[in-house]
Design a protein around this ligand. Structure first.
Ligand code: NDP
Length: 293
């Protein structure tokens, strides 16, 4: 059984969720259906993944009641600004085929046009007040940018979804989140980005320390990394399109890492980011047209 984490507005979020970044639309339907079948109850998508329709279809095919599933999606920077963001909610909800979204995040800060970031966040506050979303949050917000947001808005984000895996832990971000009562949710929680964007032979999945800990427990490196997040109080959203890995990545509730093992994994942090520098995500470089529902 998965465990839930209480957010700062008293909404419960399943600690271990399922990601669909880079999953093509048709495979999204099958992988989401499979994830829900084996027990995941949180699905993480984004307008810019262009697979929200597949997530909605996978959820409907699961036969589960809507109230049993926690759906989170993210507004892309091209839809920032107050009115644009309100409309973007309609686009995402329409594609997902739901009235209400559980958690809506700003996918990235737009630091070069911060007024539009603030406008978009104020739209999230409005959607929250209107009951269209149950919680709101951000993604890829570094502490200085978070401070700027907090200074200009009223609702403290419930979640900050950031890159966290054994090779890039961002302790400063985790600390800032904690001080503000914001849950850190790990993207690329198994360091997937270290294989698909880096040199696969130097990926977290092949790390000798993680491998040794995995062997001790008769588990896989992926399971050890996911267990590490859960025991350190983070939410994690592993992605897979492979049914065996989808199931194995959720089977992490029957073992416990020691304090020493957690510390050994923490010590693997290289300080090297796999994803783009958040401050370098500009409209010029990262514009995407988000289609209507
Ligand atoms: P993950 O750490 O989840 O790794 C996924 C990669 O690892 C895939 O290539 C997958 O391949 C492979 N994999 C999955 N399970 C295993 C396993 N047990 N053993 C070996 N390999 C495995 O990285 P992601 O970058 O996909 O991040 C997860 C989610 O986080 C995304 O899907 C998305 O929802 C979110 N995200 C958010 C971002 C943001 O900016 N907010 C940025 C990036 C991700 P296969 O599918 O073939 O199993």
């Amino acid at each position: 059984m998965s465990t839930n984490i209480m957010l700062n507005n008293d909404i419960e979020l399943p600690a271990l969720g399922f990601g669909v970044f880079q999953t093509p639309p048709e495979e999204t339907v099958t992988s989401v259906t499979e994830a829900l079948r084996v027990g995941y109850r949180l699905i993480d998508t984004a307008a810019s993944y262009f697979n929200e329709r597949g997530v909605g279809e996978g959820i409907r095919r699961s036969g589960l009641d809507r109230s049993e599933i926690f759906i989170q999606t993210k507004l892309w920077i091209s839809d920032f600004g107050y009115d644009e963001a309100l409309h973007s909610f309609d686009k995402s909800a329409g594609k997902l085929g739901v009235e209400q979204i559980d958690l809506l995040l700003l996918h990235q800060p737009l630091t070069t046009a911060f007024d539009r970031t603030i406008g978009a966040y104020k739209a999230l506050e409005k959607l929250l007040a209107d009951g269209k979303v149950r919680a709101i949050g951000v993604s890829n917000f570094m502490p200085d940018v978070l401070d700027r947001l907090l200074a200009e808005t009223g609702v403290v984000p419930a979640v900050n979804q950031v890159e966290v895996h054994p090779y890039f832990c961002q302790p400063d971000v985790q600390q800032a989140d904690k001080e503000h009562g914001i849950l850190t949710q790990a993207w690329s929680p198994m360091g997937g980005i270290t294989s698909y964007r880096g040199d696969a032979s130097r990926s977290t999945f092949n790390d000798p320390v993680i491998g040794e800990i995995a062997q001790t427990h008769g588990r896989t490196p992926a399971q050890v990394m996911l267990r590490w997040h859960l025991q350190e109080g983070r939410s994690a959203i592993p992605k897979s399109v492979n049914p065996e890995r989808i199931a194995a990545n959720f089977d992490v509730f029957g073992f416990e890492l020691t304090a020493d093992e957690l510390a050994r994994i923490d010590a693997l942090d290289t300080g090297v980011r796999g994803g783009p520098e958040p401050a370098e995500v500009t409209l010029e470089a990262f514009h995407r047209d988000i289609p209507e529902a």
